[in-house]
Design a protein around this ligand. Structure first.
Ligand SMILES: [Zn+2]
Length: 332
């Protein structure tokens, strides 16, 4: 598989010197979805965090519905058809029904009621694994109760710029009869496309981060969002099919990746684990993880007319540079 890219040149006259200035724009095509992405020269679009997150945590904690004492009273329970207990609990993680449903089965899972403040370098494998385990239990239970809900995803809006409305860190699950656009596009791909993509990235090694056993990680060739990483798990196609070992492995990779984001100065991210219907032949469960602008007053959103209305990525963090920074953790 050839990873397609085309270099464009923009010319302009420098207002000070009157000289011609040239800028290169690297337009790349994602080998899975066909979306294109523009890799721009580094121009400081994603400043490192300079904001007092701990202070915002203190400010938002009183009245937070996900904190201890309130979570039991203020969060909606799942119906008895899904679980008679109304919630899924694994370790400290607690999953309940999403008050603002996005699908026929929408869940919210907090890493822990006591972790109102959870900076990215504090996201350990254990904390992530427990949260993922609640989402896996939820997906299994929904599919058992309602077999037509075959499309599961595990997602996160982490911190305000990512779309989160509550400060308290959490993941979100969707289990539905309807796939999202990207779930549908990915599930329709011939399985060979995934293996060709992974082969090409393993060979070039510029963006390949490594494998953690059964899961392979890489920096996206054509990212839709800043510092975007991808992971692929062969032999399993839905979150509902994840066993304890694979949950732990996925959590380990996520902890490495999020630690890398913290080191790069980022504290907000989005995650999507794209499930296909269980048993989809040859589909590898895969995820995208990407940074978002840091929380601060009057921040610049990283999601512009390009991403929202053209479905075109535009980032000034070269995927190869991201791979170098985050890859160290995977190779350590
Ligand atoms: Zn809280």
């Amino acid at each position: 598989m050839e990873l397609r890219r085309e270099l464009l040149t923009a010319e302009m006259i420098d207002p000070g010197t009157g000289e011609t200035v040239r800028t290169t724009i690297d337009v790349r095509t994602d080998p899975l979805t066909g979306h294109s992405s523009r890799i721009l020269p580094e121009r400081g679009l994603m400043p490192a965090i300079d904001f007092d997150l701990a202070a915002l945590a203190r400010q938002t904690e009183p009245g937070c519905p996900f904190c201890p004492d309130r979570i039991e009273r203020l969060t909606p329970r799942l119906t008895a058809a899904i679980t008679p207990e109304g919630r899924f609990i694994r370790g400290e993680a607690v999953l309940f029904a999403n008050l603002h449903a996005y699908s026929s089965h929408s869940s919210v899972s907090v890493y822990s009621p006591r972790l109102h403040y959870l900076p990215l370098d504090g996201m350990t494998s254990e904390i992530l694994a427990d949260n993922l385990a609640t989402q896996v239990a939820f997906a299994k239970a929904v599919m058992a109760a309602e077999p037509r809900s075959r499309w599961a995803s595990i997602n996160a809006n982490h911190m305000l710029p990512s779309g989160s409305s509550l400060f308290h860190p959490h993941m979100q699950g969707i289990v539905d009869s309807q796939p999202t656009t990207l779930q549908r596009m990915l599930a329709e791909l011939p399985p060979q496309r995934f293996s060709d993509y992974l082969d090409a990235e393993r060979r070039s090694s510029e963006r390949y981060l490594g494998d953690t056993g059964r899961v392979e990680w890489l920096a996206s060739f054509a990212p839709i969002a800043p510092a975007e990483l991808r992971a692929f798990a062969a032999g399993v196609c839905s979150p509902a099919e994840l066993d304890g070992d694979l949950i732990a492995e996925l959590a380990h990779g996520l902890a490495l990746a999020l630690g890398g984001y913290a080191q790069m100065g980022f504290q907000s991210f989005n995650l999507a684990v794209y499930g296909a219907p269980p048993g989809t032949e040859g589909y590898p469960l895969n995820l995208r993880l990407a940074c978002r602008s840091n929380p601060r007053p009057l921040y610049r959103s990283d999601s512009t007319f390009l991403e929202r209305l053209h479905w075109e990525g535009a980032v000034d963090l070269a995927p190869e540079a991201v791979a170098q920074q985050v890859g160290e953790r995977f190779r350590a």
